[in-house]
Design a protein around this ligand. Structure first.
Ligand code: ADP
Length: 649
């Protein structure tokens, strides 16, 4: 159970607090209860007053309600009721924690790593129910839970994939489709990595969907600036010429639809990363992205027809999954693994790559109970371990851009994003590139750093103000530009402002599956009928906020403004108005392993390490100094898929 975090102290403290809360305001009793709670005190012989009790605990998304059924001596059932936890995060603790409690009659349960808030909220609720039933939570918290010692494992497959996030699962599916037997190892107790908790927007030019959008959505000035920029190389120049030809043909056609091509996407990616990314990797991404989108769609993944501009995405080419966050990708690819019996070994942490005669031939790992796991690869090993956004030591070691990336700077990442793949590959001579390029978003929750609670729906219909109620940046700019601008504001703290155009009704959800009504009721967003009232609620001068609204609305008319912003759709002019607070947060590590266009890992002499491939955030070279919003999911699917194909050859 090494991946779990003990929460007993907190639990005991909360037993006191929540016991009182639950007693003072008991949730409605569920019906039918097996035996009604006795009005009398518990019989001396029993530990509990038999019956069913409903109580709540605080999770990530507010209250989690549970109904716990007690016999005189035991907890016999736990049913989870209403909650607003994040899909992909709550699933595992909600399945596992009740089982452990009932099997062991203990509250000495570990929080599921990566789902700490949901785990703790659930434990608090059960603890409160124990108090309501007359039980002694402290006594139950000292009861041990048993964990079996697993045997050592020694297995062989054609391809071993390390990491079951988006890139790893795409690679596993792709390798299997191409005839390989595959084993996936994942160190966390669940699949998904950062992918499953991401906004999940997928950038690709896509004539079919983009023809639904008007021409005016994409400004000509952006295209012309890319065409006319100073050429960095012949390769760059050739791309610029290609874009000129594509744009001329588009204008000649007279079509009133949005312009987009893989070339425009490539040049925006290149320029958006300060021309540091490698053009062959970039054009590989943009010319294969639509195919990769269709590939994952072919496996059952669903996207809406709406194409939008995601934060820092610079162009309306982001595809929005139907399912919340990244759950659609992970469920789709996991279902394939399940149907084809591809083993995905959870709580199995890869510790080293086995080398023989200069070739990667397997993986050493440690299983959940500390058992040794040795996996042999007939053909190849694929590294898909993600980035290092949660590894403070690595952040500090490589950071050259930000004043500090110490632990005081929050992160959107899951706890497993610790750069293991980079460290393991370096240990066998692999090279890295661009490690100093670490992306911060201006969009972190002020308490957790997560993207949860973000009220923006897309770039066009929202703007930002600082604590004085003043706008301070073009809100359609690059992520690094916006975050740098935010750092210059008081307390590096800002408010996102939207109106009814983003939330036509209170039950409309943000990208994190949270309704605006829910966020307002939890005090994570503010709602008002006038700008002055909104200003009062968030504590900024009303005249400044009004000035900010006026400046934004004038920009909508002119399609530009004093900050040089060009992406606009609707004015902020229709109540209700909403505000949500945001701070800088570490999001993505652009640097990583140096790879070829075939996803082979290169050593420090520039030579391919035989048998070793990499895909996803563990790699460097594509995004330069700054990754465009919406390019990560495209990167993962394109490169996971191609790594899978090449790993089998
Ligand atoms: P990407 O977007 O590149 O797919 P993710 O963060 O979504 O990256 O997924 C990476 C996955 O790799 C995560 O689920 C993470 O827990 C897993 N992982 C990281 N290090 C190891 C390791 N040493 N052994 C096994 N799995 C790992």
């Amino acid at each position: 159970m090494k991946q779990f975090t003990k929460v007993i102290t907190l639990l005991l403290a909360l037993a006191m607090v929540f016991g009182l809360v639950a007693c003072a305001a008991p949730a409605p009793a569920p019906a039918p209860a097996p035996e009604p709670p006795a009005a009398e005190p518990a019989p001396a012989a029993g530990k509990f007053t038999p019956g069913s009790y409903t109580a709540t605990g605080k999770g990530m998304g507010g209250d989690i309600e549970v109904t716990v059924t007690f016999s005189a001596d035991a907890i016999t059932d736990i049913v989870i009721g209403a909650h607003n936890e994040t899909p992909g995060i709550f699933d595992l603790p909600f399945e596992r924690i009740p089982q452990v409690i009932i099997e062991n009659q203990t509250l000495n349960v570990d929080a599921v790593s990566g789902s700490t808030y949901s785990s703790n909220g659930l434990l608090e609720a059960v603890t409160a129910a124990v108090v309501l039933a007359g039980g002694n939570p402290a006594e139950m918290a000292s009861a041990a839970s048993t964990g079996a010692q697993a045997a050592d494992v020694d297995q062989t497959a054609d391809v071993i994939v390390i990491g079951a996030g988006g890139a790893g699962l795409a690679a596993a599916v792709s390798a299997h489709e191409n005839g390989a037997s595959v084993i996936v190892v994942e160190k966390m107790p669940k699949v998904g990595g950062n992918t499953i908790i991401s906004g999940a927007a997928f950038n690709t030019s896509d004539a079919e969907r983009q023809k639904l959008m008007e021409k005016s959505a994409g400004p000509e000035a952006t295209v012309m600036a890319l065409i006319n920029a100073e050429s960095k190389s012949d390769e760059h120049k050739a791309l610029q010429q290609k874009l000129q030809e594509e744009y001329d043909a588009y204008k000649k056609s007279g079509e009133n639809v949005l312009f987009d091509t893989p070339t425009l996407h490539a040049l925006q990616t290149y320029a958006g990363g300060d021309y540091v990314g490698e053009l062959p990797l970039i054009t590989k991404l943009t010319t294969n992205s639509l195919d990769a989108l269709h590939w994952v769609e072919g496996h059952g993944m669903e996207f809406t027809d709406v194409v939008f501009t995601v934060l820092g995405g610079l162009w309306p080419r982001a595809h929005k999954p139907v399912k919340p966050l990244g759950t659609g990708y992970i469920e789709t690819l996991s279902a394939y693994c399940q149907n084809k019996s591809i083993p995905v070994m959870l709580e199995t942490e890869a510790t080293s790559i086995i080398m023989k005669d200069g070739r990667a031939v397997g993986v050493e790992a440690v299983g959940a109970s500390g058992n040794k796991v040795t996996l042999h690869a007939n053909k190849s090993v694929i590294l898909a371990t993600g980035g290092f956004g949660k590894n403070v030591e690595m952040r500090q070691k490589y950071n050259k851009t930000w004043a500090t990336l110490d632990a005081s700077i929050l992160s959107t990442n899951h706890p497993g994003a610790t750069g293991d793949g980079i460290i393991m590959a370096q240990a066998i001579g692999a090279d890295v590139t661009g490690m100093e390029h670490i992306q911060l978003l201006p969009m972190g929750d002020p308490v957790t750093g997560s993207l949860a609670g973000n009220i923006e729906q897309g770039v066009e219909d929202r703007f930002f103000v600082n604590k004085n109620g003043d706008r301070f940046v073009a809100e359609d700019a690059r992520r690094d530009v916006m975050t740098n601008a935010l750092y210059k504001q008081p307390d590096a703290y800002m408010w996102v402002i939207v109106d009814k155009h983003s939330y036509p009704s209170g039950d409309v959800k943000n990208n994190f599956n949270e309704t605006i009504d829910q966020l307002v009721s939890e005090g994570r967003a503010f709602q008002a009928d006038t700008i002055a009232e909104l200003a009062a609620q968030i504590g900024v001068p009303a005249e400044n906020l009004q000035k900010a609204v006026d400046s934004f609305n004038a920009g909508v008319d002119k399609k530009t403004d004093e900050f040089g912003r060009t992406l606009f759709t609707n004015k902020i002019d229709t109540a209700p108005y909403y505000a949500g607070a945001r701070v800088p947060t570490v999001h993505h590590t652009m640097g990583g392993l140096k790879v070829t266009v075939n996803n082979e890992v290169l050593d420090t002499n520039g030579k391919v390490i035989a048998g070793l491939f990499a895909a996803g955030e563990v790699t460097g070279g594509t995004h330069g100094t700054n990754r465009l919003g919406g390019n990560a999911l495209a990167d993962i699917m394109v490169n996971g898929r191609i790594a899978g194909i090449n790993a089998v050859k």
